[in-house]
Design a protein around this ligand. Structure first.
Ligand SMILES: [Zn+2]
Length: 502
């Protein structure tokens, strides 16, 4: 047989492998689409790089999406053309927001994965963990988690993980909870008061105890909205004319600090199980969005000192605003638990600076302007939730100046500890081997958050931060080495990855 004929099948095989490879490869977005920078291997240089060992002047080498070396200025020899020099701008680990509601699927008109993750990227957030409620359906089963992942896939500009819901329907069903954890949720979230969402009912301490027992096995956390409804002191219409629903003071009365205190007191009867040698050793409880800096915080401090596996977060709006300054009818400021008075805010900052509050999160909880009832101004009927995702870095930096917040503290509060809570070992620090998730920003640059400012959240008009002057401008955001945001522009293709626990 002619040699040519013997080679033909081999050639055809090679050709088909080549075609297959080409088809597979073209279905994956190329680096050019995922990143505003054409390099796979490059250096980021700056005089202020925040590392776990302190702030250095030098360069970070990125290759294949990871940080492969960190070099101090004096040891810098590489004369690479693939270099981005940011001068005096700060290079920090990207922020990890462990508490965001992107409301997708089901209520994408409130936010949605595309707009929410564009806003995150523009704000220096490189990973966010989406809450199991305010989307529809709520993420409380393997089926609903699947819908969530489908809604996120190919639509996210940053990495996104998911919390599952602990609700009465699944709390006593260990098989269902384990299935949800095995399907990849990073932990569970539950409410001790009505959540405001019908398919996400509240849990009591026995549900929480059951949930913790299952979570202990997987060493994943339970996040709890800690408020217990008590009798309201509100005067109804007719009694002395009733309380004015447009007054912020009226809203404050409906959710006093004693609600938080009562919930935390109950939670602590369960968190003692998480101590070393306890029946739920390995489980961890995280109190979300603490507002009360007095009795509630004191209880948490005491439980920590007894060895309970317990952490607590607060949010920028509790640190930036105080009740006294909220105008009648300005429902942009309504959230639960509520923003309290100035002395409470001062105490929250003190606790944050002393390390009693472990981390920060946005609790970005938007809706459509209609449900905020901005023209009506009724605090009792308006949707509760602050819209903030894009602004949390400049807000915590700007309002923290008075209290002496440092870049290292911002990194601990926004990156290192959130990474630990969400079980993300390769994120949260500029360290060799970690994902190249970084934000480059100018802390000293001031800007007005006005109509000319490029805002990417879906409904900017409902944000309580509009109209404020802030300092700290985000120049660039890298997610796993992709430059996903640069000076007002996003990468053409959303290449963020859904994060599933394994
Ligand atoms: Zn929330």
């Amino acid at each position: 047989m002619d040699l040519q004929w013997r080679l033909l099948p081999l050639l055809m095989l090679l050709a088909s492998i080549f075609i297959l490879f080409f088809i597979q490869d073209s279905s994956k977005p190329s680096r050019k689409d995922c990143s505003l920078l054409p390099y796979n291997h490059f250096w980021i240089k700056s005089k202020r790089i925040v590392t776990p060992q302190g702030i250095i002047s030098g360069a970070v080498e990125v290759n294949g999406g990871n940080i492969v070396s960190i070099v101090k200025e004096e040891d810098w020899k590489a004369k690479s053309k693939e270099l981005v020099d940011y001068g005096e701008a700060v290079v920090m680990p990207g922020l990890i927001d462990v508490h965001a509601h992107l409301d997708d699927p089901g209520r994408a008109e409130w936010e949605g994965f595309p707009s929410g993750t564009k806003a995150a990227a523009a704000g220096g957030i490189t990973t966010l963990i989406d809450m199991p409620l305010n989307s529809f359906p709520s993420t409380v089963s393997t089926e609903t988690l699947k819908l969530k992942i489908e809604a996120a896939e190919k639509k996210i500009y940053v990495d996104v993980g998911f919390w599952g819901g602990l609700v009465p329907e699944n709390a006593f069903n260990a098989t269902a909870l384990e299935a949800l954890l095995l399907a990849g949720v990073l932990g569970l979230k539950s409410f001790m008061c009505p959540s405001g969402i019908n398919d996400f009912p509240m849990t009591n301490t026995s549900h929480i105890k059951e949930g913790l027992a299952v979570l202990a096995k997987y060493r994943r956390p339970l996040l709890v909205h800690a408020e217990i409804q008590e009798k309201s002191e509100l005067l109804s219409e007719g009694e002395n004319g009733g309380d004015d629903p447009r007054s912020y003071a009226t809203y404050l009365k409906t959710r006093p600090p004693s609600w938080e205190e009562a919930a935390i007191r109950e939670l602590l009867t369960v968190t003692e199980d998480t101590r070393l040698g306890g029946p739920a050793e390995g489980a961890h409880l995280h109190v979300v969005h603490l507002s009360d800096a007095s009795s509630s915080l004191q209880l948490i401090k005491e439980a920590k000192s007894r060895g309970d596996s317990l952490t607590v977060e607060t949010c920028p709006h509790y640190l930036a605003f105080s009740a006294e300054e909220i105008q009648d009818g300005d429902t942009r400021f309504k959230c639960a638990p509520p923003i309290r008075d100035t002395s409470n805010k001062e105490k929250l900052w003190e606790a944050l600076m002393e390390g009693h509050i472990d981390l920060l999160s946005s609790d970005h909880s938007p809706t459509v302007p209609d449900l905020k009832l901005l023209s009506d101004g009724n605090f009792l009927r308006a949707w509760g939730g602050i819209s903030s995702l894009q602004f949390v870095l400049p807000v915590t930096w700007s309002y923290g100046q008075k209290y002496g917040v440092t870049l290292e503290q911002l990194t601990q509060l926004w990156s290192e500890r959130p990474a630990k809570l969400a079980g993300q070992d390769s994120k949260g620090a500029i360290a060799i081997g970690n994902h190249a998730d970084m934000v480059v920003w100018e802390p000293e640059a001031e800007f007005d958050l006005n109509a000319n400012y490029p805002v990417f959240i879906k409904n900017p008009s409902i944000s309580a931060y509009l109209g404020k002057r802030l300092s700290g401008k985000v120049l660039a955001t890298f997610v796993r080495g992709n430059l996903v945001f640069k000076e007002g522009n996003h990468a053409p293709t959303p290449c963020g990855a859904p994060i599933l626990a394994t």
